[in-house]
Write a protein of this length. Sequence first.
Length: 207
Amino acid sequence: MLEFFSKHLENAVNEIAKLPGIGKRTALRLTLHLVKADKIEVAALTTAIDNLKEHLCYCKNCFNLSDKDVCDICENPKRDHAMICVVQDIRDVIAIENTNQYTGVYHVLGGVISPMDGIGINQLRLQELFDRIDAGGVREVVLALPATVEGDTTNFYIYKNIKDKVSEITTIARGVGIGEELEYADEVTLGRSLMGRTSFESVYVKR
């Protein structure tokens, strides 16, 4: 257990340690860095965090993070708006965009169906996806959820609800390893998985 000689130091360490993946010793190292940093550097950090909470929002179309009501991807007329890539969270959008292989738009579910974690269909943005498809104009839905039991369960639930409403339902090729999150796949592998996507029905339904 760490012993502190300053209540201010202890409070800062405790708050930083609440961040995911940050233990007390790492939090202490970061806090001591901030102590040594000049006031301008620290002020820039606190201002960035304040702006994050004040101005960052979710795109009303796809639920990607954005500085405005509609994100740059959804606003871009050069994107293929008839193709929607369904992903688990914003980190997956970033990973796919970094491949420079995808030209459609996205739909961020905010998770996958996982009863063990208390996440059901009502906790995800599934109905919003179905509403987008019901509005018409969607040609292809790319299911790019994690290659896990929970991801496959969510994929199949989506497939059952949209199979009669779009002409193509595809899934990324399994160049991404079983159980692997998209954000950890290298850009070349992920890019090839997108380009080599296959019919969801041929892979998961007719087997």
